[in-house]
Unconditional design. Structure first.
Length: 147
């Protein structure tokens, strides 16, 4: 039987409750998950570029991005990630409360790989997070990790 491999997920989320729900959803993962959490888009960009206070940050295999955050919104963060040649290949899954068609269209226009409206119930939220992990790391062929 193959040894489970480790995946790195960057969660960009300012709501502590949603961070906990995401952790719950990932606990049933078939792989070893290293979840890195930052609370806004500015911190996300520092993490991705290994700037202080994140000089030892790893390149994530996937980014789970909320849209409604302080300092730098998810849309601004998504735009910056996808405009950067060294970062644009990292899949970005927008995981947000917004179901507005305009947000969906903007995110895909900016290069989001997936857009998911957060379910309201605990059970549905954790199930969706587990399905994200299953889809992106079992079904989808991902590029080799760049160091």
């Amino acid at each position: 039987m193959a040894e489970p491999y480790s995946i790195d997920i960057l969660l960009v989320e300012d709501d502590p409750g949603d961070v906990e729900l995401t952790k719950e959803g990932l606990q049933a993962a078939k792989m070893l998950v290293n979840l890195h959490v930052v609370g806004d888009g500015e911190k996300a960009m520092k993490f991705l570029r290994k700037e202080a206070p994140y000089p030892e940050a790893v390149r994530p295999d996937i980014i789970l991005l909320d849209l409604n955050m302080p300092r730098k919104s998810g849309l601004e963060t998504l735009q910056e990630i996808k405009a950067d040649p060294s970062l644009r290949s990292i899949p970005v899954v927008v995981l947000t409360t917004s179901e507005a068609e305009s947000d969906v269209v903007k995110c895909y226009d900016l290069g989001a790989n997936c857009y998911i409206a957060k379910p309201i119930s605990f059970e549905d939220f954790t199930r969706v997070v587990a399905m994200i992990e299953e889809f992106w790391f079992t079904i989808v062929k991902m590029p080799s990790k760049k160091k």
